[in-house]
Design a protein around this ligand. Structure first.
Ligand code: HEC
Length: 155
């Protein structure tokens, strides 16, 4: 066997082996009574938009595409989910203080206005999550309206 063949077989073996190391999935079967939409009204189209574009990384339930079962995609996605959720979790929104909730929605307005969210690397493969201008505006408006409902509760 040539040196190149040995290297190829080695690489193939590693690719196969890493398929068995899977991170736990971010799927919760429990009800989410603290979900932002359980507490603040929003039109169904807006809810759907946020759920499609943001919930994969900012909620307790990720909708996994088929390729997320292939390594290293699953690790990469898992990193984003862990980090995204730790900063902002819409499923746990009602557990935030009014001050924190208001601030997080201020961040939502900024990130969406600037086009930073959803992450570019994500919209590249998950093209249906790419937002157009009117969708961005709708999210910014919604965040602003929701902040108005939260702000009177800030101590
Ligand atoms: C592919 C995963 C992913 C998706 C989808 C996604 N985000 Fe994020 N988000 C992250 C990660 C990772 C961070 C933390 C790193 C950073 O700020 O770049 C983050 C950070 C944020 C922050 C900053 C929170 C803070 O307190 O610093 C906001 C606000 C935010 N995202 C809003 C959104 C909104 C709104 C959407 C949908 C339009 C969205 N994100 C979609 C992964 C994602």
């Amino acid at each position: 066997m040539s040196r190149t063949q040995k290297i190829l077989i080695g690489v193939l073996a590693i690719i196969i082996l890493i398929q068995f190391i899977r991170p736990a999935k971010n799927i919760s079967v429990a009800a989410t009574p603290n979900d932002i939409f359980e507490h603040y009204q929003a039109p169904d189209t807006l809810k759907q938009l946020i759920k499609t574009a943001c919930y994969d990384c900012h909620s307790n339930n990720t909708v996994y595409p088929w390729y997320s079962n292939i390594q290293p995609v699953a690790w990469w996605l898992n990193d984003h989910v862990e980090e995204g959720k730790s900063k902002l979790n819409f499923s746990e929104f009602a557990t935030y203080t009014a001050k924190k909730g208001d601030h997080k929605l201020e961040e939502v307005m900024e990130e969406v206005k600037e086009g930073n969210m959803p992450l570019k690397s994500y919209t590249l493969i998950h093209t249906k999550t790419k937002l157009n201008t009117s969708q961005r505006e709708a999210i910014v408006q919604w965040a602003m309206q929701t902040r108005k409902q939260i702000q009177p509760n800030i101590q």
